[in-house]
Design a protein around this ligand. Structure first.
Ligand code: AMP
Length: 579
């Protein structure tokens, strides 16, 4: 199968998107779907699954509409529904479809019903009977029930994307009800990262003699280098500081934490050292979340601190693995109660579905609470034939809770979940290597880290969280109309601004030279641009590379403690960061 076999308007759009060759799943699924087969595909984000189902759907709509006379009322009707678990994914798929339809936007219309648009406005959009509807099951059902969406005589295809996630979100009942509003015959395409028992049930319910595609992507899996380090909860902060400040990882990182307060604790901590980061969690409005991911993908931000709290709730296959996060500290519960500014979004999802591009590394700052969550988190890197690395911090049981200010309620389970993860990884011949470094080399940084953490109080975290949500709501609501008219202005809207610099101490911005020379990227990791793809190894070596200090010649002659100047070595790093 080649893209040039499709409608020329589609193949032109694909060239524009730089899609020159079908991915494995596209090559298999598109001809089968065009031949009218029902499909169950085991496909994860990164495989090219979106185009694998969008292309045949759109191609068929174009062909079917062209067969009808210009004046036929049948030309205007809803022919396809795409159901997705999260709003993020809905936005992403709608955007992809709009790009795909750039040369036939008059012939095929798409509507996203999962967004923030008021239901009344959605109803008026539905009056125009868009050819393709993208929605979460609950939204689709609401419109089917209120008869603002009628497809009984018109539906040609139904796609359920991330089916296992949809089912784990408790949408099964909604799906069953949706089916009662659909015609007897239509084509079904089911995409799922895992073939769980629930997906099997859905397959029985929905698919007729389907083609089952389970594609092996071992090649991609091997591109991921996995590291883990056992350390105390305080040392997690020490390590992240050193890794980010010295830029031991080249490129963009997603740093996962296990709850929303931790997002802000870590952000405020990093702010102490002038390390900028964005926060991504279910409390932020959808527009902000989407914009953050877009900008991150474009390379505007290097670090996202994310939670994946929405991705694994109610996941039955996860039940035995889930850590009981409900017993969180009472202080956290209290602050949550007060934070009623914005409800958490039930349809939020980060570690699955959302298309993060060119992520160099995933850092599990807080170890995930299930093996499944681990797989999906690390799956945000090493995608589309690119290399990537993951680094996980695992807190040994005996070191949990030593310092209340930095403890995480899920850490008690780190070792247990880690051994499950190791077992699971070994099934695919993947190993998690120990992240080796000399702790002694970090000791010099400990004082600054402890000092910085003292400034990040519980109140500071709470205030930062409130402030961020407030300002993002403002960004999202007040400026929405403006940005719709002036999309280019979005560029000036940043999400990584300093939120609440709790007692910032200017000297923390810089790394003194007496600390700097002791730590450096390992041998073999080059600083040149083309080697920036050489990811996956960040251990320290004893001898520093020359590039770390612009005054290195001077330093050899002098005692670094005596000649230390604040901007000494850091200025070189600063320059490197400039894009
Ligand atoms: P998906 O699995 O659909 O989320 O796609 C993952 C990424 O691969 C997205 O960034 C797509 O734009 C990209 N992609 C999908 N198909 C192709 C293709 N045939 N050629 C190049 N990039 C693709």
């Amino acid at each position: 199968m080649e893209f040039k076999d499709l409608d020329p308007r589609l193949s032109r759009a694909l060239s524009k998107l730089n899609f020159h060759k079908p991915t494995l799943i596209q090559a298999k699924a598109i001809p089968l779907a065009l031949a009218g087969k029902d499909i169950l595909a085991r496909a994860r984000t990164g495989s090219g699954k979106t185009a694998a189902y969008c292309l045949p759907i759109v191609q068929k709509i174009l062909v079917n509409k062209e067969a009808l006379p210009e004046s036929s009322s049948e030309r205007i009707t809803t022919r396809s529904i795409i159901l997705v678990p999260t709003r993020e994914l809905a936005v992403q798929i709608t955007k992809f479809l709009s790009d795909l339809l750039i040369y036939c936007s008059k012939d095929v219309k798409v509507a996203n019903l999962a967004g923030n648009i008021p239901v009344q406005l959605q109803k008026s959009i539905l009056l125009e009977k868009p050819d393709i509807i993208v929605a979460t099951p609950s939204r689709a059902l609401a419109h089917l029930e209120s008869q603002s969406l009628i497809v009984y005589n018109s539906l040609e295809s139904l796609v359920i994307d991330e089916a296992d996630l949809i089912l784990s979100y408790g949408y099964e009942e909604d799906l069953q009800k949706i089916l009662t509003y659909l015609p007897k015959i239509f084509q079904s395409l089911l995409m799922s990262a895992t073939l769980t028992k629930d997906v099997e049930n859905l397959k029985q319910l929905l698919l007729r003699n389907p083609a089952i595609l389970t594609l092996h992507e071992e090649k991609e899996d091997n591109l991921l280098t996995q590291y883990a380090v056992r350390c105390s909860e305080m040392d997690k902060f020490l390590l992240i500081y050193v890794i980010l400040k010295l830029r031991l990882i080249h490129g963009k990182c997603i740093i996962f934490v296990n709850d929303i307060d931790r997002c802000y604790r870590l952000k405020l901590f990093l702010e102490q050292f002038s390390i900028k980061s964005c926060v991504l969690n279910s409390e932020l409005p959808l527009n902000s979340r989407y914009h953050i991911v877009q900008e991150f993908n474009k390379g505007v931000y290097d670090y996202i601190i994310a939670t994946d709290e929405g991705d694994f709730k109610n996941s039955e296959s996860n039940v035995d693995e889930e850590v009981q996060t409900s017993k969180k500290s009472t202080s956290e519960n209290k602050s949550k109660k007060k934070l009623r500014l914005q409800k958490k979004d039930k349809e939020y999802g980060v570690s699955r579905g959302v298309d993060f591009i060119n992520v160099a590394a995933v850092i599990n700052f807080d170890f995930p609470t299930s093996a499944k969550s681990y797989t999906h988190r690390v799956g945000r890197t090493a995608r589309a034939n690119q290399r990537g690395m993951s680094l996980s911090f695992v807190v040994p049981k005996e070191l949990v809770g030593q310092n209340k200010n930095v403890t995480c309620s899920t850490a008690k389970q780190d070792e247990k979940i880690y051994s499950r993860v190791e077992k699971k990884q070994s099934l695919t011949n993947s190993v998690i290597k120990p992240y080796s470094f000399e702790m002694k080399q970090l000791e010099g940084f400990r004082y600054r880290v402890e000092d910085a953490l003292r400034a990040v109080t519980r109140i500071a975290v709470k205030e930062a969280r409130l402030k961020d949500v407030k300002s993002e709501i403002l960004n999202s609501e007040k400026l929405k109309a403006h940005f719709e008219d002036n999309p280019n202005d979005l560029k000036i809207l940043r999400h990584d601004t300093t939120i609440h610099p709790a007692r910032v101490q200017q000297h923390m911005k810089h790394i003194p030279s007496y600390l700097m020379p002791k730590i450096a990227p390992p041998s073999g990791v080059s600083s040149t641009q083309e080697d920036n793809e050489d990811l996956g190894s960040i251990p320290f070596r004893k001898n520093p590379p020359k590039r770390l200090s612009k005054n290195r010649h001077k330093k050899r002659k002098n005692d670094p403690l005596k000649t230390f100047r604040i901007s000494d070595t850091f200025s070189t790093n600063k320059r490197q960061r400039k894009k």
